[in-house]
Design a protein around this ligand. Structure first.
Ligand code: HEC
Length: 217
């Protein structure tokens, strides 16, 4: 009898709850236990907005903002006369030739101005780890960052494209810096690294006779 009563009550409750509330609609908002930001007061992209004088939701980028991830100046890119002769040039942009090999030589003209740019960027982005002389003795060495020295045969013989690739994409513990430097700046750093390597590995025969005389040998 007891079992019968339990089953009877269960069937009644099940019938009422399944059939009883079928099809009843409600205008009340559903009960949300975790709303998960389903509804937000936000502006939709490219929509109208009367709050701003120009009627646009999207705000122009404030002057002097630094774009992350690409080196293009937004205002220039959208200017009518924009042209980038290097756009699509893989050698210039990724340091590899069309057959996927690292290029031997920097694909832009080396100049004193490019060297100065490389020096500036090297001081900003590399000295902390690699040291001013590129020997791996940066200030972070005492904290356990063992950055490579550039003064070994492997890196002396490495292609310019390889060094460019390390700067761009990083290697091992070193992070890539392509979102912080334009391709031109990265090539400039490669040029400056070559100067650093020469500074520690120069032969008397690299100098002109006049220069040698000047130095007394
Ligand atoms: C946060 C510290 C740090 C910074 C900043 C840094 N590096 Fe490095 N770099 C390293 C470390 C660590 C290694 C060794 C990576 C490995 O082999 O695991 C390394 C390795 C290298 C190598 C050798 C790659 C090889 O084949 O062994 C080159 C070249 C290099 N860095 C260039 C640069 C240049 C140029 C900059 C500045 C644009 C720079 N690095 C900035 C930490 C840094």
């Amino acid at each position: 009898m007891r079992t019968f009563l339990i089953i009877y009550v269960f069937i009644v409750v099940a019938t009422v709850s399944i059939l009883g509330f079928r099809g009843s609609t409600s205008k009340k908002p559903p009960l949300e236990i975790f709303p998960d930001m389903d509804r937000q007061a936000r502006y939709k992209p490219q929509a109208e907005n009367q709050f701003f004088a120009d009627g646009r939701n999207d705000r122009p980028i404030p002057i002097n903002s630094v774009a992350r991830g690409n080196y293009h100046n937004q205002i220039e890119v959208f200017a009518e006369d924009f042209s980038d002769s290097y756009l699509g040039d893989t050698t210039y942009n990724i340091g590899k030739s069309s057959d996927g090999e690292f290029v031997q030589k920097i694909p832009i003209k080396a100049s004193n101005e490019l060297m100065q740019l490389g020096h500036l960027k090297y001081d900003i982005f590399c000295t902390t780890c690699h040291g001013a002389a590129g020997d791996g003795n940066g200030v972070v060495k005492q904290y356990g960052v063992l950055a490579a020295t550039y003064h070994d045969d492997r890196l002396r013989d490495a292609e310019d494209g390889y060094l460019y690739d390390v700067i761009s994409n990083g290697k091992g513990l070193m992070y890539g810096l392509k979102d912080r430097m334009s391709p031109k700046e990265r090539w400039a750093v490669v040029l400056y690294m070559r100067a650093l390597q020469t500074s520690q590995n120069a032969q008397a025969s690299d100098l002109s006779a006049a220069q040698r005389l000047d130095l007394g040998f």
